[in-house]
Design a protein around this ligand. Structure first.
Ligand SMILES: Cc1cc2nc3c(=O)[nH]c(=O)nc-3n(C[C@H](O)[C@H](O)[C@H](O)COP(=O)(O)O)c2cc1C
Length: 326
């Protein structure tokens, strides 16, 4: 067992998190992660309405009695999102663990604190981590340039980002972006983190509620198969490098704006990919950790394997080094 400040704070067995994932973070996956002893997050905005989120939380509780949370992603959208209503829905359903991402959760802090929520906020830079700590969040999830989804605009990889953040932030921090195995977990601990957050690796699990063709593509793909889109709009996203991503990048280079690029990169089209397995139907998120994914295990197998590998490295490899030196 790897006990850290993170496992203590959130009451989970293993220092591993399944971060929010649009269209993927549903009850099937989150409950399987929870049953595996890690911390899973339902993705609030995958549910069409706050009422649907309440139902999804209930569905998740039918499948697990272990702790899990709700992710709320606060990003620029074409249509306004009733964030507060989603928070109220989660709280009314008894949720006490949340993950926020995108913009600052400042406006919601009084409500979340009053409800006793333990909050993880995802950041992509040291300065945002420091701000989150000042705001009173309980844990920072630091997303490096490797990550699927939104890596920010600074392009700093985790080998520098994580220790730089660890020097500046006192509250527990977890490492996110590029993690897929026990080696990554040990590295994260060495770099000053209390655990890891994974997205792409959890997509390629048996319980992830997405088409098998997507999972197989993650197995077959390499670390070179992602693209960065929306750079020109300062809303960079790392996605699978398919023809739609390439088209969006070409449109950006041609100076087109969100009005014409928006429909190409729409989330609705991405949803079709997960439902039908048509990998070219739209953009879909994937990180460079694709290069480390070689199978589609259950969440229980994956979490147990990562923890066992991490323990093995610490005991046999590092333990052996200490002995050799003394
Ligand atoms: C398919 C997919 C969808 C994602 N959607 C969201 C989201 O809606 N909100 C969010 O905060 N992060 C989202 N992420 C980011 C993950 O929570 C996580 O930070 C990221 O995947 C970590 O990098 P990794 O993929 O290398 O493990 C998504 C990631 C993936 C793979």
């Amino acid at each position: 067992m790897l006990k850290t400040r993170f496992t203590e704070l959130f009451g989970v067995r293993h220092p591993i998190v399944q971060g929010g994932m649009q269209w993927v973070g549903r009850a099937e996956l989150t409950s399987a992660v929870a049953n595996a002893g890690a911390l899973g997050f339902l993705t609030a905005l995958t549910q069409p309405t706050p009422d649907d989120l309440v139902k999804e939380i209930a569905r998740c509780r039918e499948m697990t009695d272990q702790p899990f949370g709700v992710n709320l992603t606060i990003l620029p959208t074409l249509k306004p999102v009733p964030y507060e209503d989603y928070i109220d829905a989660a709280l009314s359903a008894g949720i006490t663990i949340m993950e926020t991402a995108g913009n600052s959760p400042k406006a919601f802090m009084p409500k979340l604190k009053a409800a006793g929520v333990r909050l993880i906020h995802k950041c992509t830079s040291v300065r945002h981590g420091i701000s989150a700590e000042k705001l009173g969040v309980d844990c920072v999830s630091m997303d490096g340039f490797e990550c699927a989804g939104h890596p920010g605009e600074d392009d700093i990889g985790n080998l520098v980002l994580l220790p730089a953040a660890a020097d500046a932030i006192k509250i527990p921090m977890i490492a996110s972006g590029g993690f897929a195995d026990g080696r990554g977990l040990v590295a994260a601990l060495a770099l000053g983190c209390e655990g890891i957050n994974m997205g792409t690796r959890f997509m390629a699990t048996r319980e992830a509620p997405i088409h098998d063709a997507v999972k197989q593509r993650l197995v077959d793909g390499s670390e070179r198969d992602t693209s960065l889109i929306l750079r020109t709009l300062h809303n960079t996203a790392r996605v699978y490098g398919n023809s739609v991503a390439k088209k969006a990048i070409a449109m950006e280079r041609a100076g087109e704006t969100i009005e014409t690029i928006g429909p190409v990169v729409s989330g609705r089209r991405g949803k079709t990919v997960y439902e039908t397995g048509d990998l070219e139907a739209g953009i879909w998120s994937a990180g460079t950790s694709m290069g480390l994914i070689r199978d589609v295990p259950t969440c229980a197998e994956l979490v147990a394997r990562i923890v066992a590998e991490a323990e093995e490295i610490m005991k046999r490899r590092f333990g052996g080094m200490t002995l050799a030196a003394s």
